[in-house]
Every structure is written in structure tokens, then in C-alpha cells.
Design a protein around this ligand. Structure first.
Ligand code: NDP
Length: 488
């Protein structure tokens, strides 16, 4: 048992195997992506436009004008942080931990670890989110769009972003330092992730040294940090941010459009579906292979909730009406994407859980020297990551409702413009010269997600090539396409 746990350290001594372009790539991602989230937040705003008008004339850029246009805090950099918003954000995490402990849960064992042991997991992310949705709905029914949860989120958006960013850095650092106490043969089944022990500090901190870091909190008990962060605070935050933007649209305009409701409902459904299927996360690469480092802490706590909600954030200020045909179009794209995503993931999960399940008897598979079988028909016979294709298709209906995005905000008292969206305070929102430029923000997710999935496919390909050797090459000849049949 001990020698197996020691194995990655020995591997690392031989030759570090880097992903993400090694330490420079890890450093770049870790220190460029957080400022990028702020850049997106300020550049597409509810004060001047999306993008802010000055950004369309970079040659004449005046920093003071730009600061006014983007709502840069009066007290400068310090204004990005607020003790109060950080306190509330921490309270949100604590509340989540309390619900994790007190709501009924299913307790299951994870997949077999290198040490041969298995870890116990407690699953109730779905009921936690449902509890919070019902509470937020009750608040909205009684207090409308002025419900303090909604107004607090939109009024302190940047400071809440900062709080989550700080938590992501702190958490990555905490698990990194703590990973050095993992000893070979420990009875708690603590292990280091094979890819996270290169010996390069910044890289290991980013990619994650420990495979399943856990913490025991007074009264709450043991929490698997990686599984918990992946499905809880960020995911719930995602739903709540969308709710806050719908409320904001209502406060600004006195109505709510079909597009923002569509995007928010669909994203909520996506989160709830993932949480309902919580046990399925056990067989994903995140849980079985990756350590927990900054990549996941930032991804789970900042990137997902703050970047994935850019469309509703946009629509809160620039309302769009889809109408029945528009809704039917985006709805159809979504259903097709979702069906591919869910059915393919479930098929593999069922096959990995019980390959002899009679319900799967119609599927063809390939035996391998590694022991596990590889499906070569059904969903997994169409493309090696057909599940990624379904996932990517689902990204489009999030962005399409924002149309050919981009807007300029005219101050109250400006001459009335035909076709402008008029806010209750008299300001008007028109495409103006920003027309088309807003897609940088509202379609960013589609582009980014394609890059993520292509990269992830390559990582998984490397992992499987190592695990299956020549069987994998044989499999790749049988199932030729990576993600999109006949295209890629
Ligand atoms: P997958 O669920 O695609 O799992 C890949 C693993 O499945 C392989 O390593 C291999 O593991 C096994 N496998 C591969 N081919 C076969 C086959 N033919 N038959 C049986 N088993 C096979 O990986 P992910 O964890 O990357 O993705 C899970 C889901 O999460 C996807 O739908 C993805 O789109 C989604 N996702 C979403 C993200 C988001 O930000 N929204 C981010 C990343 C993923 P082994 O053989 O060792 O069992």
C-alpha cells in the first residue's frame, strides 16, 4: 500500500509531466484569469454600455473617463474589497456547510483508490439547492424584486467577486500546504494526485497536489473539499446570481423578458441535474484523477458562477424578447444538446458501475489488457467524447438569446430614440455603436467552453493512452472521431 502511494513522488523525481504549458502556463492562468474576470465585469457594465463607449475608441482613451464609465470604485483598488461582503460570502459558505450536515443525505463510497481503499461521500447538494431556491422564492413572493438577497448581490457584485477570489486563492494554498502531511500508507486513505507532484511549487499549487483533501469542521464533520466545492457554493451561487439579475431587470424596467427567464431556468436546470446525479461525479476525471488546487478552486468558486452568468447579467441591462419562435429555436438546440450529454454520460456511468447490467447487453465493447472494457457502440461508438459535444451544444442557447449583443446607455433626459429600451429612471439603452461588440462578453462562454473541452479531450486521451497502451490505439481506430462525428 505504502509503495503505491509513494509512486507519484518517484515518478516526479524522474521527469515531471506537465500540462497547461507547465509552470509558466500555470502561473499565467493563475494570475491572468482573475483580472480577466474583473475586466469583463467592468468593461460590460450597467452605467455606460457593453462595452463601455471609451473602449470602442482606444486611440483617444482617457483613463479618468474610462474609470467613470466602468464604475471604478471611488476609493480605487481598495473599493474592490469589502469586509462586509466578504463576511456575507463566508456566511454563505457556512450556511451551505450547515445544510450539508443537517439535510438528509445519501452516503456512498467512492471509486477504489490506488491504495485499494475507498472514501465515504455524503450527497445532498440537490436538496441543499432546492432548499435555497424555495427560500429565495418565498422571499421574492413576499418582497418582490426588492428582496434583500437580490439587491445585496447586485449592489455588491464586485466585492462578492473579490471575496470568492480570495477564498479560491486561500483554499488552494491551504490544501497545498496541508498536502505535505500525506504520509505513505496512512489509514485515512489520503493520496497525492499523480499529476500534482512535479516538485514545481507554482505548478503543483495550481494543478493540485492532494487527490482528495478533506477537512473536519466542528459540528459539521468531515467534508471532501474537492467534491464539495465542485457541486455546492459555486453552483448555488450560479443560480442565485441569475436570480439577482432577473430581479434587477425588473427593478430597472418594471418587466421581465422571456430571454433572461429562459437562460436562468435552463442554467438552473443544468445545475440541478448535475446535483441530482451527484453520485455520477465519482467516475469523472476531476474526482478520480485531478488533485485539488487553484485550477479547481478558482474554477468552482469564481469562474463558473461569475463567467457563466454573463448572459443574464447582460440581459438585466439590455432586455431582449425572443417570442415563441425564438424560444422554440433555442429550446430545440438545448434539448438536442442535453439529450446527447445526459444519455451518453449515463450510459458510460452505468457501464462502469456494472458492465454486466442486462440493460446494457445490446452494447458492444472491447476488452483491454488493463482489465476495464471500452464501449465501441452506442453513444461511445459515435465519438470518443460525444458527451462533450452535447455539453458544448448546450452552451449556444445561453448566448443566442443575447442576439447580436452590445449596448450603449443614454442618460435620462436624452432625446427619445426609436426602439430604445427605456428604464424606469428615464435612461435609454440602444445598440448604438456598441452593436456586435457585446458578443465578446456574451459569447465568451461558447468559445471558452470549446477550448476547455478540446483541451480536456486531449488530457483524457493522454490518460487513456497511458492506461490502455496499444488497446487505446486500437480503440481510436474503431471510434475515429474525437468530439464531433465527421468534423473533429
Ligand atoms: P468523461 O465522463 O468523458 O470520462 C472519461 C473517462 O471515461 C475516460 O478517462 C475513461 O476512463 C472512460 N472512457 C473513455 N472512453 C470510454 C469508453 N469507450 N467506454 C467506457 N469508458 C470510457 O470525462 P469528464 O470527467 O471529462 O466529463 C464528464 C462530463 O462533465 C462531460 O459530459 C463533460 O462535458 C462535463 N464537463 C463539464 C464541464 C463544465 O465546466 N460544465 C467541465 C468538464 C466536464 P476509464 O476507462 O479509466 O474508466
Amino acid at each position: 500500500m505504502g509503495s503505491k502511494t509513494q509512486q507519484p513522488i518517484e515518478m516526479a523525481r524522474k521527469k515531471p509531466e506537465y500540462e497547461f504549458f507547465g509552470p509558466p502556463g500555470a502561473a499565467l492562468i493563475s494570475f491572468v484569469l482573475p483580472p480577466l474576470v474583473y475586466a469583463i465585469t467592468f468593461a460590460c457594465n450597467d452605467l455606460s454600455g457593453c462595452p463601455a463607449p471609451s473602449l470602442l475608441h482606444p486611440k483617444n482613451l482617457d483613463l479618468d473617463v474610462l474609470k467613470r464609465e466602468v464604475g471604478w470604485p471611488q476609493d480605487g483598488w481598495r473599493g474592490l474589497f469589502s469586509l462586509e461582503a466578504t463576511g456575507w460570502t463566508l456566511a454563505f459558505y457556512l450556511f451551505n456547510a450547515i445544510l450539508y450536515r443537517i439535510l438528509p443525505a445519501t452516503e456512498t463510497e467512492g471509486t477504489v483508490l490506488r491504495s485499494g481503499g475507498r472514501l465515504k461521500y455524503r450527497f445532498n447538494a440537490f436538496s441543499t439547492t432546492m432548499f435555497c431556491i424555495v427560500a429565495a422564492a418565498a422571499g421574492t413572493i413576499t418582497q418582490g424584486a426588492e428582496f434583500p438577497l437580490w439587491t445585496y448581490i447586485t449592489d455588491n457584485y464586485v466585492q462578492i467577486l473579490t471575496a470568492n477570489t480570495i477564498i479560491a486563492y486561500a483554499l488552494a494554498t491551504f490544501v497545498y500546504i496541508r498536502s505535505f502531511s500525506v504520509k505513505p500508507g496512512n489509514p485515512e486513505n489520503r493520496e497525492l494526485a499523480a499529476g500534482g507532484v512535479t516538485g514545481n511549487m507554482i505548478y503543483d499549487w495550481y494543478i493540485g497536489r492532494e487527490l482528495n483533501p478533506r477537512i473536519t469542521l466542528p459540528l459539521i464533520g468531515e467534508i471532501d473539499i474537492k467534491e464539495w466545492m465542485e457541486l455546492r457554493p459555486g453552483m448555488l451561487g450560479y443560480i442565485l446570481l441569475n436570480g439577482a439579475f432577473i430581479a434587477k431587470q425588473y427593478r430597472s424596467y418594471g418587466y421581465v423578458t422571456d430571454s433572461i427567464v429562459f437562460v436562468a431556468l435552463v442554467q438552473t436546470f443544468y445545475v440541478l441535474d448535475g446535483q441530482y446525479m451527484e453520485p455520477a461525479i465519482m467516475t469523472t476525471m476531476d474526482i478520480t484523477t485531478d488533485g485539488f488546487g487553484f485550477m479547481l478552486s478558482f474554477g468552482d468558486l469564481v469562474w463558473v458562477p461569475f463567467i457563466y452568468t454573463q448572459q443574464t447579467r447582460y440581459l438585466a441591462t439590455h432586455p431582449q424578447t425572443l417570442g415563441p419562435w425564438g424560444l422554440a429555436g433555442v429550446g430545440a438546440a438545448l434539448i438536442i444538446g442535453f439529450a446527447i450529454f445526459r444519455l451518453s454520460n449515463s450510459q458510460k456511468n452505468a457501464f462502469r458501475t456494472n458492465p454486466n447490467d442486462p440493460k446494457l447487453a445490446h452494447l458492444q465493447y472491447m476488452p483491454t489488457k488493463a482489465g476495464t472494457r471500452l464501449l465501441i457502440s452506442g453513444w461511445w461508438g459515435i465519438a470518443r467524447h460525444i458527451n462533450y459535444f452535447g455539453d458544448w451544444l448546450q452552451a449556444w442557447p445561453y448566448s443566442l438569446p443575447t442576439g447580436l449583443a452590445g449596448y450603449t446607455i443614454l442618460s435620462a433626459g436624452s432625446a427619445a430614440v426609436d426602439g430604445a429600451a427605456r428604464m424606469l429612471d428615464g435612461r435609454q439603452v440602444i445598440p448604438g455603436e456598441a452593436k456586435g461588440w457585446g458578443i465578446i462578453f456574451t459569447y465568451f462562454y461558447v468559445l471558452y467552453f470549446a477550448v476547455l473541452l478540446i483541451h480536456r479531450d486531449r488530457r483524457d486521451d493522454e490518460k487513456c493512452a497511458k492506461k490502455y497502451g496499444e488497446d487505446w490505439e486500437k480503440y481510436k481506430k474503431t471510434v475515429r472521431w474525437r468530439i464531433i462525428p465527421y468534423i473533429y
